[in-house]
Design a protein around this ligand. Structure first.
Ligand code: SAH
Ligand code: SF4
Length: 361
């Protein structure tokens, strides 16, 4: 607005129209004078949200979207809608699998009482974790802040979510490493908090352990800081370096040290995500080691276990159900809060680590 020779507060009106009223065309922004709307249109400005180019629907109600980016490169990213969440992320007990209801019994009458949106931060990913399908794409490009926030707005619209009334959690756990696109990621969070009106306490960002990113994150004011999840995924540096080569640059201790600087809110905990790879990270001795590790950090923490989701061309195997249960019980017996993330939308390639812009249903 300033660059158009308009006063700064016109920018506020515009943000209000785009993110709060969610108006989808310049002409509809009636808070702006007609002449200004005309001028914007004449100069080629448009408003709107990313187009959902394709939708895949799972038998479990999960929807995976291919969302069209802003840039002319035509690249799409993936966003996932999970009615009733996945049992892992709210972190306040409200999202625990024990309280999940059957679709038909939701009191809202539209199939869900709460939901989680999984948001992408990059097209592809440069981090190269050995078990993750997104890694196979490499990094294609960063998403702009509007493309990150836009995924959320597009899904809120599609699902008819009423912000402030409906319980919606955001997890920045889609394609990409948010902390390698830090500025755009945080700008998107500020848009979602300050303009759309979502609470940062209902948002969780997951990082593979990018230490400089965690250090910056620790400096963010609590009004806009999401909760932090760290992809631990292994009981020690030896195994972690094999499955997540990034560990050679930033080993477990460095990641934990950086996380210590985050000033947690009352009852807030840091999540350690742990992907169970059959035979590789899912053994009872691994569980005991993870329990020691988590306790040694001294952090208020919980562990989210994720049974590995398979993908083409990745040579790991899924953990046996009894290995998962033994792992969970071992952690619990050691006094470590532990949750098991339900795989959502596996049949449509929507589950953790399966986002690769695949067009198979
Ligand atoms: N790049 C960030 C966020 C996206 S990945 C990160 O790595 O933390 C979100 C979670 O999915 C991570 O905890 C990751 O370890 C996990 N994940 C990746 N591939 C997976 C797979 N095939 N099965 C299960 N979880 C997987
Ligand atoms: Fe990137 Fe996360 Fe996949 Fe690792 S697990 S390759 S950091 S998206």
């Amino acid at each position: 607005m300033v660059s158009l020779g308009e006063p700064k507060w016109r920018g506020r009106q515009l943000a209000e129209a785009l993110y709060h009223q969610r108006i989808v065309d310049v002409e509809g922004i009636t808070t702006l004078p007609r002449a200004l709307r005309q001028k914007l249109a004449n100069e080629g400005w448009g408003v709107g949200r990313p187009r959902i180019a394709q939708i895949f629907t799972s038998v479990d109600g999960t929807e995976r979207y291919l969302v069209q980016g802003q840039a002319p490169d035509g690249l799409t990213v993936e966003t996932v809608w999970m009615p009733e969440g996945d049992g892992g992320e709210a972190g306040d007990g409200t999202d625990d699998s024990g309280s999940v209801k059957a679709d038909s019994s939701s009191s809202s009458g539209r199939g869900w009482d709460r939901a989680t949106i999984c948001v992408s931060s990059q097209v592809g990913c440069a981090v190269n974790c050995q078990f993750c399908l997104t890694a196979k794409l490499g990094l294609q490009r960063n998403l702009a802040a509007g493309e990150i926030a836009g995924q959320v707005v597009a899904v809120l619209d599609r699902q008819g979510v009423e912000v402030g009334k409906d319980r919606v959690n955001l997890v920045f756990m889609g394609m990409g490493e948010p902390f390698l696109n830090y500025d755009n990621f945080m700008a998107a969070v500020r848009l979602l908090v300050e303009e759309v009106g979502l609470s940062p306490q209902r948002m969780t960002v997951s990082t593979s352990g990018i230490v400089p990113g965690i250090e910056r994150f620790a400096e963010e004011p609590p009004e806009v800081r999401p909760k932090l999840a760290i992809s631990l995924n292994a009981p020690n540096d030896l195994i972690r370096s094999k499955v997540m080569p990034i560990n050679r640059k930033w080993p477990i201790e460095a990641v934990v040290d950086a996380a210590r600087a985050v000033r947690l809110r009352t009852r807030e905990r840091i999540t350690f995500e742990y992907v169970l790879l059959g035979g590789v990270t899912d053994q009872p001795e691994h569980a005991a080691e993870v329990a020691r590790l988590v306790r040694r950090t001294g952090l208020p923490a919980k562990v989210n276990l994720i049974a590995w989701n398979p993908g083409p061309g990745i040579a790991y195997s899924m953990p046996q159900p009894d290995a998962v249960e033994t792992f969970r019980r071992t952690l619990a017996a050691e006094g470590v809060p532990v949750y098991l993330r339900r795989p959502r939308g596996r049949d449509i390639y929507a589950a953790c680590g399966q986002l690769k812009r695949t067009v198979e249903g």
